[in-house]
Design a protein around this ligand. Structure first.
Ligand SMILES: Nc1ncnc2c1ncn2[C@@H]1O[C@H](COP(=O)(O)OP(=O)(O)OP(=O)(O)O)[C@@H](O)[C@H]1O
Ligand SMILES: [Mg+2]
Length: 255
């Protein structure tokens, strides 16, 4: 039983999941999420950090409404129009870059699409097909495609994973810029704490599976002025949560 409210205009993204179970072919249930609560004020960027396999993608899929089989309630911020970038770029292989964007956002104006292609350094690739793109370029197309719908909520699943350091830095700067300039409510999933600190206004540290929010840490803004010292302090605070394994699997959230 669940309740996802898309209309009505909440001022925040509110997630309260009592449980999410998968049912394997053998019939044994696998609990992916348990007692997971988070609140992200509208206009902020939240970074969800957690160990591999803990349930991060599962959480995003529930928020996106792609999986409704859970117990709990999810309230989306105002209007609830959603843009999502999956862990794999998932472009249509038989369509050009620009057509991938047009198909996802049929109401987008051509000049808005052209501006997005420009912004993400994709103008010269507009007529290329996905197989002709590097992973870094494909990720940028996926991001431009998600933005083309003018989302109220942007969900990014590991947007920088598997990119080499230079490409990851470029894309991280693009994402940071768009978060700062557009103030779209954004939830970014990552397993990299430094990436989370660089991009998030608020960090949600997930426990191992079944995932719950073990700690919530607010990052001082504006992030651009975040001193190295302050970033190191936040990192130490987050690492302490992961090292204190006794409270990690317990029910109380050390906030
Ligand atoms: N459709 C499914 N059916 C059964 N089990 C699933 C399904 N999808 C995910 N799981 C399991 O649920 C758990 C959480 O998976 P999920 O993909 O959400 O983790 P994740 O944190 O995103 O992992 P990663 O860091 O590898 O991206 C894993 O144990 C996974 O095997
Ligand atoms: Mg995942």
């Amino acid at each position: 039983m669940n309740d996802t409210s898309r209309a009505g205009g909440a001022a925040s993204l509110d997630v309260s999941i009592a449980s999410k179970d998968y049912h394997s072919a053998s019939g044994r249930p696998l609990r992916a999420l348990e007692d997971l609560r988070l609140t992200l004020p509208a206009g902020q960027a939240g970074a969800v950090v957690g160990p591999s396999g803990c349930g991060k993608t599962t959480l995003l899929r529930l928020i996106a409404g792609l999986d409704k089989d859970y117990v709990g309630a999810i309230t989306l911020p105002e209007h609830g129009r959603l843009g999502m970038v999956f862990q794999e770029p998932r472009l249509l292989p038989w369509r050009s870059v620009i057509d991938n964007i047009r198909i996802a956002a049929p109401h987008a104006r051509e000049d808005d699409i052209a501006a997005l292609l420009d912004e993400f350094g994709l103008a010269e690739h507009a007529s290329h097909f996905p197989r002709e793109l590097s992973l870094g370029l494909a990720r940028r197309v996926a991001l431009a495609r998600a933005l083309a719908v003018k989302p109220d909520l942007l969900l990014l699943d590991e947007p920088l994973v598997s990119l080499d350091a230079a490409l990851a830095k470029d894309l991280r700067e693009m994402i940071a810029r768009l978060i700062d300039e557009r103030r779209i409510t954004t939830l970014i999933v990552t397993h990299d704490l430094n990436e989370a600190i660089a991009l998030g206004d608020r960090l949600f540290l997930l426990s191992a599976r079944p995932a719950r929010v073990a700690a919530t840490i607010d990052v001082p803004t504006p992030r651009k002025q975040l001193l190295e010292e302050a970033a190191a302090r936040i990192e130490a605070q987050a690492r302490a949560v992961y090292q204190g394994k006794s409270s990690y699997h317990g029910k109380s959230s050390p906030r």
